[in-house]
Design a protein around this ligand. Sequence first.
Ligand SMILES: NC(=O)c1ccc[n+]([C@@H]2O[C@H](COP(=O)([O-])OP(=O)(O)OC[C@H]3O[C@@H](n4cnc5c(N)ncnc54)[C@H](O)[C@@H]3O)[C@@H](O)[C@H]2O)c1
Length: 439
Amino acid sequence: MTTEQTSGGITRRDFVAISSAAGMAAFIAPSVLGAQDTGSSLKPLKVALIGCGGRGSGAANQALKADKGVILWAVADVFPDRMDSCLKQFEKHPSKERVQVPAERRFAGFDGYKQAIASGVDVVLLCSAPHFRPMHLAEAVAAGKHIFCEKPMFVDAPGYRSVVESAKAAKAKNINLMSGFCWRRSAPEAATFAQLEKGTLGTPMAMYGCYYTGPLGTNKRQPGWSDMEFQVRNWQHFTWLSGDQMVEQAVHSVDKINWCFRNEPPKSAVGMGGRQLREAMPERGDVYDHFAIVYEWADGRRAFLNCRQEPDCYFENTDWIAGTKGQCFINGWGPTHVMKDPAGNVLWEYPADGPKSDMYQNEHDELFKAIRDGKVINDGEWMVVSNMMAVLGRMAAYSGQQVTWEQAITSTESLSPKQYIMGPLEMPLEKKPGQYKVL
Ligand SMILES: NC(=O)c1ccc[n+]([C@@H]2O[C@H](COP(=O)([O-])OP(=O)(O)OC[C@H]3O[C@@H](n4cnc5c(N)ncnc54)[C@H](O)[C@@H]3O)[C@@H](O)[C@H]2O)c1
C-alpha cells in the first residue's frame, strides 16, 4: 500500500483528475462557473477546516470536489505555518475561486477552532490531532454545524463519554455527523459486510485483523519550541495526543471487527504490546510499536487484532473472518474480498470489475448530498463503539490486565494535560504492563 492510498490527502492523480474535470466544466458551461461566490447556481455551503495537516487538506479537497457550492471559508490550526502550507496547496487548485480564506479567517492557537466554527459556516471538517476532537465536536454540535469527524474521535474514556453525548445531541438537532471510518464507505467492503449480514458465511464466530506497517515520521525539535509545541508537532508519538497506534491507526481494523460483530461491544479484552524498536529519542514519545489484542464477546466469540509499526518488517493490512459456513478474506488494498466454504468452494466474491470508488471522496459525496437533500447521516452510535474498542485494547495492553467493557467506559483515566498552553510539559513515561493502572 502507498502513502497516497492511506492518507486520503490531495494526491497527484487526484489533482490531475479534478484539473481535467474542472477544465471540461469551464469549457462547456462558462456561464454557470461565472456565478459570484461559488461558480455555481447552488446555494453556497461554507466550510471550516480544523486541523490543516495532510488529512485536513485532503478532506477540504474532497469537500470542494463533492459539491460545487462548497466554499472553503475558514481554517484553524494551532500553528499558523500549518494553515499557510495547507492553503498554499489550493493556490493552483482547479476550484481555487472557492477557497476564500483571507487572513482574518485563519485562526491559530488552541482556541482557534471556536472562532472558525463561529465564522458563519455551515459545515466543519474536524481533522486535528485526535486528543482535541471531543472538544471540537462538542463545540460544532452546540453551534448546530454539519460535521465531518475524522477518526479517532477520542483517546480516553472521558473523551468517549463526551463524544457519546455530542453524537446524541447531533441526532436531536438533525445535524449530519459523518465519521472518518472510511472503510465503511468503500464499495468492496460495503458489499462484503452486506453478504455477512445476509448470512452467506453463517454466523461470524471469530475475526482476525492486522495492521503491520512501518514507523511514522518525526519532527526534530527546533530552537524556540516549547515542550507543548514539540509534543503537538509530534502528536502521533504521544499517547495523550494520538491514543497510540492502536487507537490512531489500527482503529480502522478494529472498526471492521466492530462492523462484523454488528456494532455490539465485546465483554472484555486482554492483550500485550511494547516499544521493542522505538529509538530512544524524545520524538518517539511514549507510544508502543506493537500490540496483540484478544477481544471476547459474552457468548464466547472472539476477535484478534495485531498491529505493528516497526522498520524492515513484513507489511500487511487485511482481515479474516471465520463463520459457521466458511471463511472470508478481505484485502482492501488488493482488492480481494472472497468467501469460501470449508471445502474451498467460493461462496461469494467481489467481482474483479466491480466498482472501486475512492472511499475518502465517497464520505464527502454522501455528506454533502445528505445536506442538500435535507437528510441526516449520524455515524455516532457505531463510531464510538469502534473507537472505544481500540481504547479498551490499549488499556488491556498497557495495564497487562483483562479489562471489561464496563470498566473501560466508566474509567476516569484522563489523558488531558492540566492546561493547553505553549509552555512546559512533562515527557510521558513508557507504560509498563503489570505496573501501569488504567482503572
Ligand atoms: N481516515 C484515514 O484514513 C486517515 C488518514 C490519515 C489521518 N487520519 C486522521 O486525521 C487526523 C489528522 O491526521 P493528519 O495525518 O492530517 O496529521 P497532520 O499532523 O498532518 O495534521 C494534523 C494537524 O492538526 C493540527 N492540530 C493539532 N492540534 C490542534 C488543535 N488543538 N487545534 C487545531 N489544529 C490542531 C496540527 O498542527 C496539524 O496541522 C488524525 O486524527 C488522523 O488519525 C485519518
